[in-house]
Design a binder for this molecule. Sequence first.
Ligand code: TYD
Length: 136
Amino acid sequence: MLVTKYVFQPHGDYRGQLIALEEFKDIPFRIKRVYYMYDTADGFVRGKHAHKNLEQILVCIHGSCKIKLDNGYEQKVVPLEKPYEGLYVPNNMWREMYDFSEGAVLLVFASELYDASDYIRDYDEFLEFVKNDKKE
Ligand code: TYD
């Protein structure tokens, strides 16, 4: 399973670091929505869903966390520990976010507006969905 991680270019100087992200240049899609998670309660797993039509880039801009990706056939755990790293999450990918460090902030760039009907929240339904998708 191919995992795409981006390394963004920091514009650093003696004052510190700055990262700028532009759609189609640094982020491979039109950015329609940005959201972030913070104050994640200890031991909790977020996500646990897939999307039928949504691309995302996840950046842990403060602290660290782990992302489990699962395409229905293979799983991979990707640690996000640097504010200059972005993880690409395509359609039809089950994701779980966990092991958030104290004060961690996970920023997400999304290719679509929020649409509750685009979520697959049941794992068995997800497996069924990706199997049928492959047959087409
Ligand atoms: P939820 O999907 O449960 O978070 P996750 O699965 O990533 O852990 O989202 C939490 C709440 O926030 C839920 O009530 C839906 C709402 N929400 C929005 O209103 N807009 C958004 O863009 C997102 C991602 C969530």
